[in-house]
Ligand binder design. Structure first.
Ligand code: SF4
Length: 447
């Protein structure tokens, strides 16, 4: 530990926004137990790596990173691995990495201070038991983001998509009580934030036993001081009429939905056990767009799933074209041990070079569609929220429109969290540059 002062903790996060939110909870828990969060691993008393298991590549990256982080450890530093990879590999991780003394799955963070204390006394521990009641309600998250707040509303997943490890690493679906979510949202408004992102593995299947996702959107969206509500990721099958009506009728709900498609081929979707056909997916898009004109859609697509033929892939390309996604997260299928997809016959495996070539064609299609649409938007005006300073360039800010366009505008850190009106003046194809037309009045405080 660093002298007589409070011990320090460094958390490094991989994977999805749920993991970011979990890291905020872990830091909050350790801060309330006397630890000081730090932003660099060098010399930290506790180093936690919060991991993702969704693709083999993600796991290999973490294994490499654990080796690198070893260099920053003092003799008494405690190193822990948390999250989905911890849940999946359990004791294997302790065997593989001797400098790791803690392995804690997504439902084990309540015991974090006690486990870290034990590790500092030289113990090694694994905590990978699921707790279906656990929502960490009494934790006070230490948020990384000062402009928008990630609000977990659901943990786990009851779908069983054949390629996905998440039901194994995060357990069954359960929803937080609506009143608990509202209390957290009121808290973030009191802290000066005006945008919330509701998080869940299939967030629109939210149901706390009394309230569904439509109720949640309506209540969150009318909390005083909330200007923007987003959510991720929904499942197409859980867009009930009630939920779509709430999207259309609650003014603070933004005109953007990330709607994972995964494939545009019914045959492939069936093998993936996505539980919808190509036509049903496209019908869902239609219902959403009818209810919310101008809705922007982004998606996830997997290419090279076992058995995917050129004809199947052509259906994916045509679905991408038909929907006109503003962006897509595209991946080559990565088999995960323990998932049903690994039991598909070996002869269905799509060779790597075929999958890579398909990925290239898909990325080109998404980018060219986005570029064409974005060029047509130059000169239009939008309200943006200043999210952070831009990484590249100086004195530039990264802002977002309600429908999720990224717009770089000139400005400085004093403008974080402000709403501006901008005119789109240029585009790289995917992101925009903009000129401030006028600044809106400061946001009213909560209450
Ligand atoms: S819906 Fe499917 S892809 Fe999403 S977390 Fe659940 S099992 Fe995984």
């Amino acid at each position: 530990m660093s002298s007589e002062s409070r011990p320090t903790v460094y958390v490094e996060t991989y994977g999805c926004q749920m993991n970011v939110s979990d890291s905020e909870l872990m830091l909050g828990k350790l801060a309330s137990a006397g630890y000081t969060p730090v932003e660099q691993p060098e010399g930290a008393d506790v180093i936690l790596v919060n991991t993702c298991a969704i693709r083999d590549h993600a796991e290999q990256r973490v294994i490499g990173r654990l080796g690198e982080l070893k260099r920053h450890m003092k003799p008494d530093t405690v190193m822990g691995v948390t999250g989905c990879m911890a849940q999946r590999l359990g004791p294997t991780l302790l065997e593989k990495a001797r400098h790791v003394s803690l392995v804690i799955g997504p439902d084990g963070y309540r015991a974090l201070p006690a486990l870290v204390d034990g590790a500092r006394r030289g113990e090694r521990a694994i905590a990978t038991t699921f707790d279906l009641e656990e929502h960490y309600e009494d934790f006070a998250p230490r948020r990384f983001d000062k402009v928008k707040a990630w609000i977990p509303v659901q943990r786990g997943c009851d779908y069983r998509c054949t390629y996905c490890i998440v039901p194994t690493t995060r357990g069954s679906e359960r929803s937080r009580r609506l009143d608990d979510v509202i209390r957290e949202v009121e808290g973030v408004v009191a802290d000066g934030m005006s945008e919330v992102v509701l998080l869940g593995q299939t967030v629109n299947s939210y149901n706390d036993g009394t309230h569904d996702f439509a109720d949640l959107l309506r209540r969150v969206g009318t909390v005083s001081g909330i200007k923007r509500v987003r959510f991720t990721s929904p499942h197409p099958n859980d867009f009930s009429d009630r939920v779509i009506a709430a999207l259309a009728e609650v003014p603070t709900v933004c005109e953007h939905v990330h709607l994972p498609m995964q494939s545009g081929s019914t045959r492939t979707l069936k093998r993936m056990l996505r539980r919808y056909t190509r036509e049903e997916y496209l019908a869902c898009v239609e219902r959403l767009r009818t209810a919310v004109p101008g809705l922007a859609l982004t998606t996830d697509v997997i290419v090279g799933f076992p058995g995917e033929t050129e004809a199947d892939f052509a259906e994916t390309l045509s679905a991408v074209q038909a929907v006109g996604f503003v962006d897509a997260y595209t991946f080559i299928f990565s088999p995960r041990d323990g998932t049903p997809a690994t039991r598909l016959p070996a002869e269905l495996t799509v060779p790597n070079e075929v999958a890579s070539e398909r990925l290239q064609r898909l990325v080109t299609l998404v980018r060219s569609g986005a570029r064409e649409r974005n060029l047509g938007l130059l000169g239009t005006r939008h309200e943006v929220l200043v999210e952070r300073e831009a990484k590249r360039g100086e004195a530039m800010l990264m802002t977002r429109t309600r429908d999720f366009k990224t717009v770089l505008v000139p400005g400085d850190a004093s403008m974080l969290g402000k709403y501006l009106h901008v005119e789109l003046t240029g585009t790289t194809g995917s992101t925009f540059t903009g000129a401030i037309v006028r600044e809106r009045q400061p946001l009213p405080m909560a209450g």
